[in-house]
Unconditional design. Structure first.
Length: 105
């Protein structure tokens, strides 16, 4: 995404503040980066103003609906469906952290 000009000035170096996109969504950053590293949260009025130019927020993956009747191979407790890194799903013991039994979903 190309930075979007806002017309605001950086309080530190008086360069222009631009809208940038990070892992947690849009934010205001100084256009003089990396010389000036000033950043700010994006105010609601600016989010509304630039909503057509910003990409839509990513959709969260939901846990699939499955009937889990399996028991933990280590302790015999019930298994729960969990999500891991990268959106992968796996079965884990409901008695975690005492029992760390897991299995692929």
């Amino acid at each position: 995404m190309k930075p979007i000009q806002t017309g605001l000035e950086c309080e530190i170096c008086e360069s222009r503040m631009v809208v940038k996109l990070g892992p947690r969504g849009p934010f205001l950053g100084c256009s003089a980066y990396p010389r000036c590293r000033n950043t700010k949260l994006m105010p609601a009025d600016l989010k509304e103003k630039f909503k057509d130019q910003l990409p839509p927020p990513p959709k969260k993956k939901e846990l699939p609906k499955v009937d889990i009747t399996e028991t933990c191979p280590e302790c015999g407790g019930a298994m729960k469906l969990r999500s891991g890194r990268g959106g992968n799903f796996f079965l884990a013991c409901s008695k975690y952290p005492k029992c760390r039994g897991t299995r692929e979903a």
